[in-house]
Design a binder for this molecule. Sequence first.
Ligand code: MN
Length: 489
Amino acid sequence: MTEPRKLLQGSTGDWEVVVGLEVHAQVSSTSKLFSGASAEYGAGPNENVSLVDAAMPGMLPVINKYCVEQAIRTGLGLNAKINLWSRFDRKNYFYPDLPQGYQISQFKDPIVGEGEIEVELDGGETINVGIERLHLEQDAGKSIHDLAPNASYVDLNRSGVALMEIVSKPELRSAEEGAAYFSKIRTIVRYLGTCDGNMEEGSMRADVNVSVRRPGEPLGTRTETKNVNSIRFTKQVIDFEARRQIEVLEAGGTIDQETLLFDPKTGETRTMRSKEDAHDYRYFPDPDLLPLEFDQAWVDEIRASLPELPDAKKHRFMDEYGLSPYDALVLAADQQKAAFFENVAKTRDGKLAANWVTGDLFGALNKDGLDIADSPISAKKLGQLIDLITDKTISGKIAKDVFALMFDGEETGDPAEIVEKRGLKQVTDTGAIEKVVDDIIAANPKQVEQVKEKPKTMGWFVGQVMKEMQGKANPQAVNEILKKKLGIE
Ligand code: MN
């Protein structure tokens, strides 16, 4: 068991929050797990339903090899053990949107076993979180209760869509850790291309298990909040449940093992049903499906095709470009952002490139609600702009002006052309700077007297020179000349 990291204060002492997440990630596959029906989002009601999905008598499931491959890819991305032998089980229960009367899932022998991932927290701290397993299962359909006053409808489009259920060990210790873990899982599956991570379309959702205990004591009774479909809500659920359970326990009550629903409007959870145990589902191996059995060679082949994963990329950015862990994390969190950065940074100062990309560029994109793919400034042009600073053609301040002109579309040429056309080249000619400095010194005797006592006020002179020269004077040269002329050490 991990050491208590974070504790919540109750009225009778400290509590440790214990969180585990079951993330359901829809496999990016055009067809379903056991049928050839389309798995695409957004079709009209019951348009994507085959006879298998509708559980017509005599229909038999046929495994989708592509989905199996995506589960293996994901398992490898979670640094987890791939089980060369696994099988499907029936999880029996009745729901109107589950025509089979059971869900085909994996119980005792999942396709992926234990793993571990790195999770970065806000303060820059990194924790390792254990993965318990990943199994493949089919999604259910959807009951719709608000179309008619006296009837409910069932849409089976989702019925049979392939899900990967990724189960963490109960090693998360706060709302922040739960949210950061969910976010990291999303980043990993998006990198791998095994799930699109689109939460609004329901491609990812989490069942959030929360319990509390006194530090050092055995695990408390947990509640499970179902189908939480955003990272922000996950955080809210953990916060709310932890506080609620502490209050109940401190008042002398007990926690019921329950399945809950989260209401985003109130920020609270409410009871959906009392929680069943695994044995209630009467799991048994599905007799319609053979066990999944494959060679290590196939797993190795899939491993060889994996892209560089976020953690590896983050560490490489730190080593290769000298980035801070924070900048490296921000850039590695998204493949497109990472690629953009590398296009800017190669052959240039990595830290300077990271400053421009994460600061100026991401700031401007955020402000306009734009994606990196829609950036008005290409990586090539941003790189060229940085080159102009490095070779002292322009100052950093002028570069920001040029950046704004390019970002707003006022200028469409190369940075060098814009600088030339607008006469923004830095003045390094010391004679020209000296002349301006002399004039300003002559016109401001009072300030000259003051700066001799308080050398810090030299900034005022720098400002005057820059103003006079429209920001184009080389700042270093201005400082040196001023110091010399004002007699400041
Ligand atoms: Mn599940």
